[in-house]
Design a protein around this ligand. Structure first.
Ligand SMILES: [Zn+2]
Length: 113
């Protein structure tokens, strides 16, 4: 399961960060997830909760913000939201598209005690 390995990676990051700040408990984790990662937020929260049991992140609130998939046309410079993975410029129909956002998978911030 895709989300389980991502949840493990996130848990590793937050536990390491919390340890660096001598935190005893992680209460809230804010995540930025790009649409292109195709992560299912509920599955990720579920996986994280299961993995975080018996760590200082046990019971932490996981807040997920989905970052939309935005492309920029390399031919005409048009920036647009990519719908249904159609990587074609709506203006000039070029397929030469740069992904501007939507690939994020990051911890935005942590609330610790
Ligand atoms: Zn274009």
């Amino acid at each position: 399961m895709h989300e389980m390995s991502i949840a493990q990676g996130i848990l590793d990051i937050v536990l390491k960060t919390a340890a660096e700040h001598n935190a005893v408990k992680i209460s809230c984790i804010k995540l930025l997830i790009g649409q292109m990662t195709q992560v299912e937020p509920e599955s990720l929260k579920f996986g994280f909760a299961a993995l975080a049991a018996n760590t200082i992140a046990d019971g932490a609130v996981v807040d997920i913000t989905i970052i939309p998939l935005v492309g920029k046309c390399n031919s005409c410079g048009q920036q647009f939201t990519v719908e249904r993975y159609s990587f074609l410029c709506p203006l000039c129909h070029s397929a030469n598209i740069l992904v501007v956002s939507g690939r994020e998978l990051a911890v935005d911030y942590l609330e610790v005690e």
